[in-house]
Design a binder for this molecule. Sequence first.
Ligand code: DAH
Length: 361
Amino acid sequence: MNSSDWEKALEKVAHEVSSENFSAALTEEDLESLRIRFLGRKAPLTELLKSIKELSLEERRLLAPKAQQIKSQLEAQIEARALEIEKLRFDAELKTQSLDLTLPPLLPLRGRSHPLTKMQDQMAHILGLMGFSWAEGPLIEDDEHNFTALNIPEHHSARDMQDTFYVEGGQVLRTHTSPVQIRAMRKQKPPLRIICPGRVFRHEAVDATHSAAFHQVEGLYVDQNVTFADLKGTLEEFLKALFGPQIKVRFRPSYFPFTEPSAEVDLSCLFCSGTGLASDGRPCGICKKTGFIEILGAGMVHPNVFKAVGYNPEIWSGFAFGIGIERVAMLKWRIKDIRNFYSNDIRFLAQFEDTELPLLA
Ligand code: DAH
């Protein structure tokens, strides 16, 4: 192609571009076919730009900027129309969709304490008001603290009361929070009033009411002339603050190696209000018609435990108790399956609002 044909062809393109009505493109597809027509690989302008190398250097210097200018102008027009089409579509959408501006905004999710932490805090709060202070111990314990010092000698059948996880080197995952009693008494001189909340482990099959890892709160009170009446009064106040003043508390003789005498403590059934009968008149499935449910173990500290920590049992006396946090939470909040606590389902966890901590009567 010689330069005058080339220039004519370019003028033809320029004419076509200037007589094209870009506003007639109403959709992105319309605009795309315009782009292909004017700027595509087979578009006249593209062909012209390709064949420019056939012209002499001088001709190119003269004509190339003209062609480039048409190309840039085309690109700008297409770009501008694309924005207009976008706006047209948005305006049309606004006309067909109704916006409810009175809808409340979505609030960001807030973190909250786990229900077991809440229950533990509630229990610690009540006992704190009674003068108990918080103590902790390790989760991996030695045999001496978990058993021997608690008056459970080696080969004693009481060791079978709790199925134990053994760790290399003869240590155990603590089976209860009672070893913290030993640690606290060895560290502090009497009198002493502590609670030890924390995680414990049992080699158990997991089901709706059993977990291999769960939580307890241990209580220990040592002073001169502490009696079983102090134990009864303390636990009754504690349980009423926790479950409500209407509940009844019952003590049954029991056995624990580290206390003598020992008791198991029952609560009047929260599900049938202690009547033993469900609302349909059938036997209550929770308390098995007895009207009571077992809630904790307790007793007067055994003299052998005092001896193991170097307290003189002739001078000091005390009581101790141990209560399961999951058990309390399940009864209070009517949770049927203990595994809910550990499955991290936000729909379960979010149900427990922060409740006001109870006060003593
Ligand atoms: N340690 C016991 C258990 O896990 C619970 C217990 C019972 C703790 C009686 C005590 C107590 O301090 O006096 O089964």
